[in-house]
Design a protein around this ligand. Structure first.
Ligand SMILES: CSC[C@@H](O)[C@@H](O)C(=O)COP(=O)(O)O
Length: 337
């Protein structure tokens, strides 16, 4: 049994607060953080205790209930909700999750909780659908055989309410006996790939190899991967896709090698208000995440953008819960390696 998807909830309302898997201590320990205040919630989001666009969306939705329970003062409440909404800038799901439950706020915390739970349940159902649509699309193009799949960051059960988006596709392919190997990019600097994706794949019994981000282009160009599947934090109206830093390099390599670069994400990640990727706010994180003691000279400065934008023309397919959009037909999959 895959306990992440069957037993353990990444995000869960316990009755008096939000229980989050503490993703900062995985894979060493499976621990939970109970969050009952807006301060604690904003801190947890900032530290990536909870992370991944859909999981942030569900967290934001439940966060509104925390804000309502914390204060009855309308101005303080609005300020608290605004802080949650802005706790991280790139994943549109966080703001979308907050906005989804706001119309229920006047009816009280219980009404907000019911809507937040509906969002959580929808996310799990949607991810199952994404998995099936993605597997169908990929197998139709690569041939019905075990595949070598490359993924970047973590777009799994831990990044969602369950099952995962990109890893949902991988899980579905595995269920169909169509996974030969998953190359999991380690994902510098916070190692969501080697810590979290590898943890999920191991629990699911899916064969995988962790590789450095720098190895990804070479793996692709050497013909060792049949397809790359990643998640997304925000997809602009023209299909430009923001995801974890390093995703763009994977997309460029896929285009050069002629293999599909597949983005798997729910519609809640599509931001029609962003005309192109240029409108997506890219989170700049602390220099200290890169400059560990001994990793650079004392006094070194660092540039640490957490996300990049892949132009739509490099995206072979966008897999959502309702089906597959071929954003760019310009990339011809290498179907018969
Ligand atoms: C289904 S999760 C999609 C994305 O949110 C994921 O790929 C990603 O980039 C997560 O970044 P993170 O900084 O760990 O929140």
């Amino acid at each position: 049994m895959d306990i992440v998807t069957d037993d353990v909830r990444t995000v869960e309302w316990t009755g008096d607060g939000l229980r989050l898997i503490d993703q900062t201590v995985l894979p060493d320990r499976l621990e939970y953080l109970d969050v009952r205040t807006v301060d604690a919630l904003v801190d947890a989001i900032g530290r990536l205790v909870v992370r991944g666009a859909p999981a942030l969306g569900v967290t934001g939705a439940f966060g509104v209930a925390i804000a309502l329970r914390e204060t009855a003062d309308p101005a303080a409440r609005d300020a608290a909700i605004a802080r949650i909404r802005a706790a991280r800038p790139t994943a549109v799901n966080l703001a979308a999750g907050v906005d989804r439950v706001l119309p229920f706020a006047d009816r009280g915390a219980d009404a907000v909780l019911a809507e937040a739970q509906a969002l959580l349940d929808e996310d799990v159902r949607g991810n199952r659908a994404i998995g099936a649509h993605g597997a169908d699309w990929i197998l139709a193009r690569t041939g019905d055989r075990p595949l070598r799949v490359l993924t970047h960051c973590n777009a799994g059960a831990l990044a969602t309410a369950g099952w995962g988006t990109a890893l949902g596709v991988v899980r579905e392919l595995h269920t169909r006996g169509r996974i030969d190997m998953v190359y999991a990019d380690e994902t510098r600097p916070l190692l969501q790939g080697s810590r979290l994706t590898a943890w999920e794949l191991q629990r699911a019994g899916i064969p995988y190899l962790v590789q450095t981000d720098a190895a990804a282009a070479s793996t692709i160009m050497r013909g060792l991967a049949d397809v790359a599947v990643i998640g997304a934090d925000r997809i602009a109206a023209n299909g430009d896709t923001a995801n974890k830093i390093g995703s763009l390099a994977v997309a460029l390599a896929c285009a050069a090698a002629g293999i599909p670069f597949v983005v798997a994400a729910p519609w809640s990640t599509v931001d029609l208000a962003a005309a192109t990727g240029a409108a997506v706010p890219i989170e700049l994180r602390a220099e200290a995440e890169i400059l560990a003691p001994g990793a650079a000279p004392a006094g070194a400065r660092a540039f640490n953008p957490a996300f990049d934008v892949t132009p739509a023309r490099l995206v072979s397919a966008l897999v959502t819960e309702t089906g597959v959009l071929e954003i760019s037909r310009g990339i011809t999959p290498a179907t018969s390696r």
